[in-house]
Design a protein around this ligand. Structure first.
Ligand code: DC
Length: 224
């Protein structure tokens, strides 16, 4: 990895809005974008298709090593087939959180994530971008919101897509996923010591984006 390429990491829990915010920050800066959660979702889908149990750590990691993944604009190609829609279901999100506990899988996905770091820069979102994958990133943000606000946002998203949604189920699913992501031993969801906390309960998406852009521009003027 080239240390001179600027990296902005945006970590946080499920449904915190970090994906939308990270993508917009990347577009504004003309940077590349890594949606690391998509990688875990792809692995959950691929293992499911190959009848591999999400609890089977060695088999899940082996499957991940052989995947041919390409991101093109809004498309996510797995072996040349667009699976962008299929990895966004609640079931696959839950599966992603289950496969993500396995250290051998996380190791198998390391190089792929580092390869996203290309000039002129990278915005990477996930759970361990600032702590494990890009620990030297000059700007790290931990983006979060209360569980109730995140559940409402997820509920609204599903309603907008005309997908069946039950608020109580969504809330319970978020609590389960937070617990699994925070309590696993390998790269748990935790705020990096040098990250900036961004609470978005009372922020619009564009306010969150502007906050990060301001921090980034301040950093480029006055590097630490
Ligand atoms: O960000 P997301 O909801 O698409 O992520 C789905 C799951 O993938 C999440 O519950 C935990 C896992 N994940 C991870 O362990 N590490 C990352 N860097 C990104 C996601």
């Amino acid at each position: 990895m080239n240390a001179s390429i600027p990296v902005i990491t945006i970590d946080g829990p499920s449904a915190s809005g970090k994906g939308t915010v990270a993508q917009l920050v990347a577009t504004q800066l003309g940077f590349h974008y890594l949606d690391s959660g998509a990688l875990y979702r792809i692995v959950a889908l691929a293992t499911h298709q190959q009848h591999i149990a999400w609890s089977d750590a060695p088999a899940v990691a082996e499957c991940a090593k052989n995947l041919n993944i390409v991101f093109v604009d809004e498309q996510v190609l797995l072996n040349d087939k667009d699976i962008a829609y299929h990895i966004r279901t609640e079931a696959i999100g839950k599966g992603a959180s289950q496969v993500a506990v396995h250290a051998p899988l996380r190791a198998a996905l390391l190089d792929m994530q580092h390869h996203f770091c290309r000039a002129p820069g990278l915005v990477a979102d996930g759970r361990d971008m600032g702590t494990v994958i890009f620990p030297k990133a000059p700007l790290k943000v931990f983006l979060t919101a209360t569980t109730a606000v995140r559940a409402s946002r997820r509920y609204q998203q599903l309603m907008n897509k005309n997908q069946a949604a039950n608020y109580d189920d969504i809330l319970q699913d978020l609590l389960d996923r937070d617990a699994r992501d925070q309590n696993r031993t390998s790269a748990p969801l935790v705020m990096a010591d040098d990250a900036i906390l961004l609470e978005t309960d009372n922020l619009t998406i564009s306010q969150a984006v502007d906050f990060i852009l301001q921090k980034y521009h301040r950093f480029t003027q006055f590097p630490a």
